[in-house]
Design a protein around this ligand. Structure first.
Ligand code: SAM
Ligand code: SF4
Length: 324
């Protein structure tokens, strides 16, 4: 599978403390400003390294990408680069009420917002913050602004929000929203993962079928999600099943951390390469392209499957640090 998609983490900081993403009670050593790739450096990498290698789709993530100062200007500059085919963002939605209009005007059209519950108390339990209403207003603002597709990401946690799955799926009936249920992964808070476990997508599909008669097997779209539609619905329901199914063969993405490490797979730390220091040391774009091309060429061998072989170098970083 050709790699044409890069997830760019803009910042490792976050204003939420999602239980599945961050270790309980952890104090983080956040990156200092100077350690982050600057917007200028990111644009140079996109223009001189990634685009020439055929990577022309970009997702901005974090940490919480909207916390990074100057984000709107960066989105505008990235969207304006000739050859950029697609720019999207994953956000917790906290700042969308304020920023959705500016982001849209800057050229952003596709947005994924994390919303793990429809219940403000459960939301607080999961995110550590009492912000359900603000996030919900942010989602409404983004929808009214015209973001399309508007996707909602739900990490399914057994005994916490799994009973809400049919209600969350129901959001797609009246609105052109796309809800994505993500299997909980042992990244970030592995203690919690070991204690809580995870729910397989097939179990969720069964629950949704019981309520709505989900069109079985109507799978479309590309990327890791299996996408279905509730009969008559305007939006879709998708399942990202990295625990119960291996989708490495159709994985088209690589990830760049906020401090400039490019990794071939979310779970592969051992084979990541540093782009920031060579860039700052004046290494030529040709050489940087050669480094990245080498990583891309090995990608099929160094992906998620390595997890089971224990060769990924451990999961020392949380999702917020890698860029989920
Ligand atoms: N802060 C933004 C947000 O929450 O949408 C963007 C970064 S967050 C790390 C990106 C995605 O990773 C979110 O949809 C989040 O739910 C997901 N995620 C984080 N930790 C996870 C885990 N252990 N298992 C599965 N998904 C996880
Ligand atoms: Fe922050 Fe997103 Fe991680 Fe939640 S999932 S702690 S919002 S980075």
């Amino acid at each position: 599978m050709d790699v044409n998609y890069l997830r760019i983490s803009l910042v490792d900081r976050c204003n939420f403390r999602c239980t599945y993403c961050m270790p309980t009670g952890a104090e983080f050593d956040y990156l200092h400003r100077a350690e982050l790739l600057s917007y200028e450096e990111l644009l140079r990498l996109v223009e001189e390294v990634f685009l020439p290698l055929g990577i022309d789709r970009f997702r901005l993530t974090g940490g919480e990408p909207l916390l990074r100062r100057g984000i709107v200007g960066f989105v505008r500059a990235l969207c304006a680069l000739p050859g950029v085919a697609d720019v999207s963002m994953t956000t917790n939605g906290y700042l969308l009420e304020e920023l959705a209009g500016d982001l849209y005007a800057a050229g952003l059209r596709r947005i994924n917002i994390s919303l793990d519950s429809l219940d403000a108390a459960v939301f607080r339990q999961i995110t550590g913050r009492d912000h359900w209403h603000k996030v919900w207003r942010g989602i409404q603002t983004a929808y009214q602004t015209g973001f399309d597709p508007l996707k909602l990401n739900v990490v399914v946690l057994p005994g916490v929000n799994d009973r809400e799955v049919p209600d969350l799926a129901a959001l797609t009936v009246e609105r052109n929203w796309h809800v994505r249920f993500i299997e909980f992964m042992p990244v970030g808070n592995t203690d919690y993962f070991d204690a809580a476990g995870w729910v397989a997508s097939e179990t969720l599909r069964q629950r949704i079928r019981e309520r709505f008669g989900l069109g079985a097997g109507t799978c479309f779209g590309n990327g890791p999600a299996d996408v279905f539609q509730i009969p008559g619905a305007r939006g879709t329901v998708g399942f990202i099943s990295q625990m119960s199914e291996c989708f490495c063969e159709r994985c088209n993405r690589v990830r760049l951390s906020a401090d400039g490490w490019l990794r071939p797979c979310l779970l592969n730390e051992a084979d990541q390469v540093d782009l920031k220091h060579p860039l700052r040391a004046g290494v030529s774009p040709q050489q940087l392209r050669a480094t990245v091309a080498e990583l891309l060429a090995c990608k099929p061998e160094i992906n998620f499957k390595e997890r089971d072989r224990g060769t990924t170098g451990g999961y020392a970083r949380t999702m917020s640090q890698i860029g989920g």
